[in-house]
Design a protein around this ligand. Structure first.
Ligand code: SR1
Ligand code: MG
Length: 408
């Protein structure tokens, strides 16, 4: 991309001053700090503060995968997908989605409200914090999006326009490769501890697992149900609160550049997988009560989702044919798909490219057992019948994590 212009810290005060929507949010004459705070895999993120403490966040999609150091090209048009999906989602659940303040499609930059009084949920979980009520609200968000961006809510032409605008093949290909194929078919990007090599090989050789991943990938590529988030892990959620077991006073979903019209259950399964990863860390550290708490989040997100979807259901567009029996059928289907998507997401974070700190920051002697437990859990859940309840999913995963946590 010869004409791509990187955003620099030095140009940021001048950049902000150019746009009235931004200049009103921060005093550009009194900028106190400009810090690059991006810790994700893909983008540049700057937090800009003025001397009174007001701030904004500027995010630029790079023309490549940041964590690859530039060797892996990727369309910066993902910035548009992120802005459009955040905007559409925030319209449905304003309290639960970060606010977009500015969109510069030409330079692939957008601005968001400053959430520096929040913390990303994953590091909070890793630090042993308990923000109550987050998982339920993430479920509410998924339910609102599942209904509000789908054929149940949108007029026909509006739906077609939304689907056309959200076609996001480059980002979808990444998920298709990294989440569904590569955990069992290494394309040269996988890695594990030497002690886990046999576990990774057993995963690849597990035909039941690989067949299940084929089915999940097919669903991912064919079920264009709603404008899903597409990467809804615990690093895509900000929380605010003491984290001492009290209720989080704010929850904000962000980072939806993988959004497209996809399966509703993919977002549900993504959250479940990340609760299992959080539980694997707790088991490895010998905190069984915390592991059980993390596994309890599976049901909490499902309940939040189901409650919100049922609440919205009376407003569906064509109740003549989408009767109540169809609602029950959809919920059962989504539940059955969610645990397969969760299994895919669990395995990819252990063997594939782009791992998670829940497991990676454990010392190797604990990481080995945690990784083994997550892979065993992924293999166990794909063997269960389609009628598995969230509590059963959590139980199966918990049993595997607890069994394998001790290395060797
Ligand atoms: C090449 S991108 C790797 C991963 O980072 C993102 O957060 C997504 O999870 C993606 O799969
Ligand atoms: Mg992300």
């Amino acid at each position: 991309m010869a004409d791509y212009e990187f955003l620099t810290a030095e140009e940021i005060p001048g950049y902000i001053a150019t746009y009235p929507s931004l200049a009103g949010r921060i005093d550009v004459e009194q900028i106190a700090s400009v810090d690059e705070i991006g810790d994700g895999n893909l983008n540049l993120v700057f937090l800009v503060k003025d001397q009174t403490g007001r701030g904004i966040v500027l995010k630029q999609a790079l023309p490549y995968v940041r964590m690859s150091g530039g060797s892996w090209s990727m369309t910066p048009d993902r910035e548009r997908h992120e802005v459009e999906s955040l905007t559409a989602h925030r319209r449905l659940v304003p309290d639960l989605v970060v606010e977009v303040l500015h969109d510069d499609e030409k330079r692939h930059i957008f601005a968001m409200e400053d959430l520096s009084d929040h913390t990303v949920w994953r590091p909070a979980l890793n630090a042993g914090k308990v923000h109550t009520g987050v998982a339920g609200r993430v479920g509410t968000y998924i339910g609102a999006v599942a209904f509000g961006t789908s054929l149940f809510a949108l007029e026909r032409q509006q739906l077609a326009d939304a689907q056309a605008a959200a076609i996001n093949p480059e980002l979808c290909s990444i998920t298709e490769d990294l989440v569904f194929t590569e955990p069992s078919v290494d394309a040269g990007r996988n890695s594990v501890l030497p002690a886990n090599e046999a576990d990774a090989a057993a995963l690849s050789a597990d035909t039941t697992f690989v067949d299940a991943m084929g089915r999940a990938k097919y669903w991912f590529m064919t079920c264009g149900e709603a404008l899903i988030h597409g990467d809804l892990h615990t690093g895509s959620v900000m929380v605010r609160g003491a984290g001492d077991g009290s209720r989080a006073d704010s929850v904000k979903v962000f980072d939806s550049e993988f959004a497209f019209f996809g399966p509703v259950a993919f977002d549900i399964g993504a959250t479940w997988a990340n609760y299992v990863l959080a539980a694997s860390r707790a088991y490895a550290l010998g905190d069984d009560a915390r592991a059980q708490w993390a596994l309890g989040l599976v049901t909490e997100t499902w309940t939040g989702f189901e409650t919100e979807f049922r609440r919205l259901w009376p407003g569906r567009r064509d109740p003549r044919v989408w009767r109540d029996g169809f609602l029950e059928e959809r919920l059962a289907t989504w539940q059955a798909q969610a645990w397969l998507f969760a299994a895919a997401k669990m395995s990819r974070r252990i063997v594939g490219y782009a791992k998670v700190t829940d497991v990676e920051t454990l010392p190797p002697h604990l990481r080995e057992g945690a990784a083994r437990g997550v892979l065993a859990a992924a293999r166990a859940v794909v063997r269960y019948g389609a009628d598995m309840q969230p509590t059963t999913f959590a139980q199966i995963c918990g049993d595997e994590l607890a069994t394998h946590r001790t290395a060797g």
